[in-house]
Every structure is written in C-alpha cells, then in structure tokens.
Design a protein around this ligand. Structure first.
Ligand SMILES: [Fe+2]
Length: 298
C-alpha cells in the first residue's frame, strides 16, 4: 500500500489516495483508514470502482450495517425493488425503481429532501451510527454538494461557560421531527411506531480520538426535562455556532468518490440541485454504533 493523505480543510477532512477498494484490502490498509478517520473524521477516497457488494463488504470490516428501513417498507408495498437489491444500501438519489427521475411530488423524494437540513445519520436511533459511506454513481453538473461540519472543533471553540451549561444535558432525537421541519411528508402510524425517538447526551466523547463532540442537529427535537421552547432555543444556538463557515467543508462530488464520515463528530447536509432535470445517484452504507453513547471527558 502506498497511501497518500492530503488534508482538505484546516480542521478536518482528508483525501486518501493509493487504496483500491475494487480489490480485497489487507489489515494494514483497513487500519490506515481507521486511523485517518479517527484523526480527520471525513475521508474522501477518489476513483473507487465499487458495486454494491464491494461497498457492503468493505463497510462490514468496520462493524454491522444498518438496513434501509424506508426501502424495506417501500419494497413491502411493492414500490421499489428493481434498482437496489440489498437492504444494506440506502438509496440517496432522485431516481425511481426504474432508474427514471422522480417527479417533484413523489413522497420518496419529499422524504429525502430533509437531507438538505444539517443532520447526523441515524441520531434518531438509540443505537445510532458510527460511519456512513457514500459512493457517487451519478453526479449532477451543478449543485448536489455535501456540506460537512466538524462538531469536535465546534465543541472545543465553545466558551467555557457554555461547556459547563451543556454538562449532563440530554436531547431527544426523532426522524419525524426533522421531517416535520422540512414539511410535506406525513408518516403512517406504522412508520411512527417503527421509529420511536431516541435520547443521547448533547456532548459525547468520540472514542477514536478521545475528544468531546456536540451531538445535535435536525433530528434533535428538544432537551429532556426542559420546556420545549427553551430547549429548542439552545439547540438552535448550538447549531448556528457549529455550522459556522470556519467549521464547514464543502464536498463537490466526482463520479467514483467514496466519502466516509463519522456521524459521532460531524454533521452534514446536501445542497439542492436541479432535481427535475438531472440525475443524482449515491449509494450509502451505514455502520451501527454498537458501543453506544460514550460519556464526555471532564
Ligand atoms: Fe445523511
């Protein structure tokens, strides 16, 4: 392995070259990726020729994978099934089951547009996720970038009084909260029951680096034990702080990019693109955080 690491932002994000995920990788490469992720939190691996099976196999090296429950329920309803065969693949695209551009009022597209809000994948699950791995298959000529924010750096930059205020606070996260913020998608009773809210500390320690990180964003609906308005005001203040330009990297996708991010210490959001004219197809795998919430370092 001839690994070249280039940092892409002053605080986080690295490009890794010299790894070919189209072949089996050995333990040295596996560890090198893990070390880079612990340090940089977002890693870009360009020019990866991956099919779904390869992406799943590589992702599994780092833990068990989430199943895309929305896809599963849609498959049950007979809506989807031809284009993506593996439940481990999250379809991050504007394409229907036949590979055609969805209409703007398609419920699946409306549901996915909440991805344009800052979030951490699966924070609404009690067992949330460590990493997400997103592989670019088709990219639009304009827009469709992904913004990433570094919540370790944001935590470090908070005033000491705010760090004290956050100690021992817990937020409740719900997928239906972020969907209600974006509007337009009404879950069925079955969907609501299948995805109840989860609770996580506002500050957690990132195990791979030992650094504290804010754990917030659009799924976080309120602070447990606080009046809802007061909790939302604090969450809003933290979000504005954490997504300040100085903490943000914008990734402009190229076909073949595999971008891995750590959901425990970054936030991300998609930027809009002319979705009725151009295709955007990305396949995501998501690793389950079996360790659970790690208490913040004092
Ligand atoms: Fe996401």
């Amino acid at each position: 392995m001839d690994l070249a690491i280039k940092q892409l932002h002053p605080l986080f994000v690295a490009e890794l070259r010299g790894i070919d995920l189209g072949r089996d990788i050995g333990p040295a490469t596996q560890q090198a990726v893990e070390h880079a992720m612990n340090e940089y939190a977002v890693c870009v691996l360009p020019e990866q020729a991956l099919d779904d099976e390869r992406q799943i196999a590589f992702s599994r090296l780092y833990g068990p994978l989430e199943n895309a429950s929305a896809v599963k329920s849609q498959r049950k309803a007979g809506v989807i099934g031809q284009r993506i065969r593996h439940p481990e693949i999250f379809d991050v695209s504007n394409l229907d089951e036949n590979g055609k551009i969805m209409s703007g009022d398609d419920a699946r597209w409306i549901y996915r547009q909440a991805n344009e809000l800052w979030h951490s994948d699966s924070s609404f699950r009690q067992k949330s996720s460590t990493w997400s791995l997103l592989h670019a298959r088709i990219v639009p000529p304009v827009g469709g970038d992904t913004y990433f924010a570094d919540t370790r750096a944001a935590y470090d930059a908070l005033p000491e009084a705010m760090k004290k205020r956050l100690q021992n606070l817990v937020a409740e996260h719900s997928i239906w909260h972020s969907r209600s913020l974006r509007g337009g998608y009404t879950p069925t009773d079955e969907e609501r029951a299948a995805r109840p809210p989860a609770r996580h500390p506002l500050v957690r320690r990132h195990p791979g680096s030992g650094r504290n990180a804010l754990f917030i964003a659009s799924h976080a609906s309120h602070i447990v034990g606080w009046p809802v308005d007061e909790g939302r005001a604090l969450l809003g203040e933290l979000m504005a702080f954490a997504t300040d330009r100085r903490f943000v990297y914008v990734h402009n996708w190229r076909v073949g990019d595999l971008v891995i991010w750590d959901n425990r210490c970054t936030l991300h959001r998609a930027s809009p693109f002319p979705s009725s004219e151009h295709m955007r197809e990305m396949h995501r795998t998501t690793i389950i955080d079996t360790q659970g919430d790690v208490p913040a370092a004092a």
